[in-house]
Structure formats: C-alpha cells, structure tokens
Design a protein around this ligand. Structure first.
Ligand code: 6CS
Length: 311
C-alpha cells in the first residue's frame, strides 16, 4: 500500500529530513511505501491539514502556528518564554511530556488526527528591515506571523502590527515592503533566502519553533497492531534522528547567511533589552487562558510541570 505524507517545508529542510527518515523506517520494516509531498506540491499548510483530515493524505506535518483555529489549546506554544531555547532540554521535553503525549494526543484525536510526534525546529529569530534592540523598534512594523490568534496577540503585546499570512506570501511581502519583519528558526532563514529581503537578525529567546506530525486517525485505527507499531517506531526513530541532525545546525546556517550577505547584522538581545518582551509574555499568557478557558489552563500547567520534570 502507498501512504501519502505532506509537510510544510522542502525535502532538505528539517521537516523534510524527518519525513525522509520516517519513510525509510516504514519501508525497511513493512511492505508499505511512503510518498512524500514537500511544501508547495499540495498547497499551503492549511490545505494539507484539510487533506489529512479528509483522508486524502495518511500523514501530515502541520505546525501549531497554523493549528490554532482547529485546536485552540495548540496556541500554548506561542506563550513567549514558555519554552527554553536549550535544545537538549527541549529534546527530552517533547519526548516525555504528558501534555504532548497524552493531553494533546486527545485534542488532536477529537479532530480526527492521531498525533505521532511534536518536535523542535530551533530557536526563532526575528528578521527585519530595521534593527531591533527592544520592543520600541517594532512600533509601526508590520510583522508577519503564522495564522495563529495568540501569535497575533504576542506581536501586538511586543508593540508591532501583526500580519498573519501563509508562508507563500512572506518573501514577496517583504520584497514589496507590505511587511517589514517575520520570525523563523535560523536554518529556515538561510534555506528560504529570507536574508535577501531583510537586513537584521535578532534573537530575543522568546520561542522555539514547534512542529507536529500526525496521521489520519481513521486510517491509523484501521491498521493492524503490527502496522501501528511500525508507524509508532518509525516516528520514534525519526524523532531521535531529527534531534541529533539539528545539533549545531543553527550556528552552521547562520554562518552561511553571514557569508551570503556580510552586511546582515546579527544581534542577541541582552537581558535588559529582552525585558519588555518578557513583560509582554505575562499578558499573552493571560490572553491564552482567556481564549481557551479551563482546558487551556490545565494544559499550560501540565506543560510547565513537564518542562520542570525534564530539566
Ligand atoms: O513560517 C512558516 O510559515 C514556516 N516556518 C517553518 C520553520 N516551517 C514551515 C512553516 O510554514
């Protein structure tokens, strides 16, 4: 049988490397074949999620940045400074978190999706046309965010004018000055050449990019226990692989950006420069609870407990 798997990045970007490993594992351990559909081949993130829910795709990678309207609790990943930037801590966290592996698993199941993994894609950096040394520099900046209501609230709280857009409109939007900033992990800033249309990279340590891989639940539930094990084992192997693949990746890709564009500035904000982003985080957390009620509060508390337990 041929299984179809779509993701939001190219084959050589992090989601594609994960998907390739997943495919190799499935094919080595079963008679099934996995067909990979990289970003753009079947549409934007929202399109591939619809196709996965409809059962046209068996597997999909959609980041919580796009899942906020479907599963409001998934917006928790956009409470600033909730997640650490330490990749080793993150690697233990996603793997062992009860919030992810039990609570979110149930929430995705309610939407017809079997959550296989969430994994980190690296610290998010802002890239902008003008330098950013604090919130005041984001004033009047139209800042592109993924289509996630809480991320909109975050950038409002940071002082910017948040502009939610699908990925496909970001490069052109920066080129035409419709937007003046966006955020993404370092590897993605290089691979998508976003450095060509922005001049400053700023690290505020406010978030790590989280993504999620799932299967259509009806499809998954219909598999034999042996095939379900093949899928879960492939996801576990791909998780370990992608975590080790990313060791040192951000630094390497940042070097490539500096080579490609020596005039690009790279700034890591000091504690003092971060203070207004950190202050804003409290309001964003309150907003999250306002938006998601008891269920959101419970998952936020669980996530905090899981982060502590995996320190
Ligand atoms: O910003 C975005 O929309 C994209 N960023 C990453 C790192 N992956 C896919 C997503 O579409």
């Amino acid at each position: 049988e041929k299984w179809r798997y779509a993701f939001e990045e190219s084959l050589t970007e992090v989601q594609g490397v994960y998907a390739t490993k997943f495919k190799e594992e499935i094919e080595a351990n079963s008679d099934h074949e996995v067909l990979l559909f990289p970003y753009g081949t079947l549409g934007e993130s929202a399109d591939i999620m619809e196709q996965a829910q409809a059962g046209i795709l068996q597997f999909v990678d959609q980041s919580p940045g796009f899942t906020g309207s479907l599963i409001p609790e998934a917006q928790v990943f956009f409470v600033p400074y909730l997640l650490p930037t330490d990749q080793e801590h993150l690697s233990r966290f996603y793997k062992n978190s009860k919030a992810i592996n039990e609570d979110f698993k149930d929430l995705y199941a309610n939407q017809g999706l079997e959550l296989l993994n969430m994994f980190p894609e690296g610290e998010v950096a802002m890239t902008t046309k003008d330098p950013v040394t604090g919130c005041e520099d984001l004033n009047e900046v139209k800042f592109r965010v993924m289509t996630n209501p809480l991320l909109v609230e975050s950038y409002k709280a940071f002082g910017a004018i948040p502009t939610p857009l699908p990925w496909g409109e970001v490069y052109g939007g920066l080129q035409l000055n419709i937007i003046q900033g966006q955020e993404n992990p370092t590897f993605f800033l290089y691979s998508t050449k976003i450095y060509e249309v922005t001049d400053h990279i700023t690290y505020a340590g406010h978030n790590n990019f989280t993504t999620a891989v799932m299967a259509n639940k009806e499809f998954f539930d219909g598999l034999s226990p042996a095939d379900q094990k093949v899928v879960n084992d492939a996801a576990a192997a791909a998780y370990d692989y992608i975590v080790s693949y990313q060791q040192g990746l951000a630094e390497q890709e940042l070097d490539k950006i500096k080579k490609a564009k020596p005039e690009m500035t790279v700034t890591v904000l000091s504690e003092e420069q971060r203070s207004c982003f950190k202050d804003a985080a409290k309001d964003v957390e309150a907003k999250f609870i306002e938006m998601t009620g008891d269920s959101g509060k419970a998952i936020l508390d669980q996530l905090k407990a899981d982060l502590k337990a995996t320190m």
